[in-house]
Design a protein around this ligand. Sequence first.
Ligand code: ATP
Ligand code: BTN
Length: 331
Amino acid sequence: MSTKTELLALLKENLGTPVSGQQAADRLGVSRNAVWKAVSHLKEEGYPIESRTKAGYCLTALPDILSQEEVERGVTADIDVVVEDVVTSTNDLVKEAEWTGRPVVVIANRQTGGRGRLGRKFESPGGTGVYISFGMKPEFSIAHSPFVTMAAAVAVCRAIRKVVGIDVDIKWVNDLYYNRKKVCGILTEAQTNIENGVIDKLILGIGINCFPGSFPEDIAHKAGSLADHAGAFSRSALAAEIINEVCSIMDDVESRTFLEEYRRRCFILGEQIFVHPLSSSSEIPARALSIEDDGGLLVEYLDGENAGLRKVLRTGEISIRLYDQENIPRR
Ligand code: ATP
Ligand code: BTN
């Protein structure tokens, strides 16, 4: 463990009470200068540490800071972890990074160019969310890739259950909702060898609204968060658990053993929804019935000439809107 990590643990033990430089140096077995350097680094990372004359260093509050050390401490999977403050898009960073073949995960506190499906913008404010992208070379073939997003959705639900203590719901295919608001989006991209259908690099991006953030008006009615105040849980701990769960569930992509849990968590089944074909501006009222073994969504159309018609929808062709959200007036 680094001096900085050990010092942070010591200051946390003494939250609100100063620890002298000498005490810290003795406890950590380092020089007072090394303690001073570690304090400077922690301050740069955003920890509120006061240097009080004759008393020592005092951590005055526990902010929720995404930290490389804290994430690494919680990760049990064999993967390289990089934590950044601000990036354009963690998916782009992973995509462009030189590829050693070892799995890698990039985590950011804020994104300036966060992307969703179909090139849509994913709002990624700092301090309130966590933005995570994996770069992996999976063993399975491209035919299994549609299940990566579904597996990741289940993995993130499990991690949230463990760290935050709540159950979130899945909106087919790539979104997680809490209290009927979107709290997470997942974007899977792949670089494949078209000659042999082998995936050279799989990029799996996950964006989560942890605490209330500042969102533009057009999505304010549909974007929610996992907790109602900053610091309610540790974003680093959540990121670490997501890494563990995602790495573990990737072994199940071929067997699809997570599909039952995916179905159980998918809250739109049985509900009325609107289907928006990407090829037109129409919206078709339908009832979501089930998730097929191949990952498609079986719906029954409710109105007009298609009433009663059943169809299996594929994610690349359509967008789904919730019935109640569609009826919220947009100013
Ligand atoms: P569907 O996948 O059925 O098309 P969707 O409307 O959620 O559903 P996605 O492509 O999954 O579409 O997600 C992108 C959309 O998510 C954006 O168009 C925007 O409406 C919304 N969005 C963007 N940033 C956030 C955020 N941080 N939290 C919640 N929602 C967001
Ligand atoms: C969606 O809602 O359509 C998917 C959103 C995916 C957002 C995540 S945040 C981490 C990674 N980086 C990105 O630019 N996008 C994904």
